[in-house]
Design a protein around this ligand. Sequence first.
Ligand SMILES: C[S@@+](CC[C@H](N)C(=O)[O-])C[C@H]1O[C@@H](n2cnc3c(N)ncnc32)[C@H](O)[C@@H]1O
Length: 323
Amino acid sequence: MSMEIETIFNSTMCATAIATIFEIGLFDALHENDTVNVKDFCDLHNVRYTPVFSLLQVLEGFDIVNSSDPSILSKGQAFSEAYSSKGYFLWLINGYGNMWQNLPGLVKNEHDNGDLMLRNGKYIAQAGRDYGAQFVDSYFRELLAEVPFKVAADLGCGSAERLRQLANNNPDFVGIGIDINPGAIKLARQSVETANLQDRIMVVHDDISHLAHQPKFSEVEVIFCFFMGHDLWPRSNCIRTFRRIREVFPQAKRFLLSDTYRSDLPPSPKTPIFTLGFEVSHAVMDQYIPSVAEWMEVFSESGWACVNQRDIGIPFSTIFDLR
Ligand SMILES: C[S@@+](CC[C@H](N)C(=O)[O-])C[C@H]1O[C@@H](n2cnc3c(N)ncnc32)[C@H](O)[C@@H]1O
């Protein structure tokens, strides 16, 4: 398929604009109101009018907003689609921006890639909260409701949003969130404290691959793990970790593992959203993305029985129900 080269360039600017307009809260303001006064918004949120207006004009070019009169910014034809996908853009542009910026160095063999690879854990967690709420959580809630429980652990919890929601909906619920990234841990602790849930949600900074047992872990009945399972590969490491999870959480009877699997599709302009960013970023990190069949082998080798598999709203993504 041929494509005009300027469309590729301008789409990159539009993606950047979506991520920033989301991050400063202007997308939400416009979602909640028919119109927004951009100058008032900038004053209220302490952001600079000139660059914000310039980004809005880019969005207008893609029919996402109407900004010809900035005192009455309104939604364009493509607003609702851009609004629901905004988390993917924040993930790509701000979560992985450092990687794209350093890509020429990262693809070279002789380069020390350590520092160039830095992902922004805060933005990745914030983005995951946004697209998770829309494309994951209804499937998750439905599956979770099948078996009653009080104590759960979220492995790679990111912002800890899932635990927070469970605690809000059930006064008896106790949660443990574990994450390796300091930015995600900071965001998770902040949001738990803001919701005044620190007595019922514990946030632990640790690596799931080498998780140290804590007394509280013995009470966990359900484990879940969203969009980090592939981080536990290669295969042998994943099998070892999945066996260890059973030792560290001896009372856990259920493990809901949700992840994006390998699409095995040739890239094209029509590849579903998220997929190319996910597959290329993980190739840069030398991070293997397993297929569904490869996951099934790992479950059976590590002693987990997969009793159900439910596809969710993110392309090539599913929830495995392990017992
Ligand atoms: C894509 S984010 C998903 C966050 C959250 N589960 C969600 O669905 O929004 C993956 C998370 O897993 C965390 N993570 C990756 N490898 C990890 C490990 N070995 N131990 C603990 N956390 C890890 C990352 O820091 C990140 O917060």
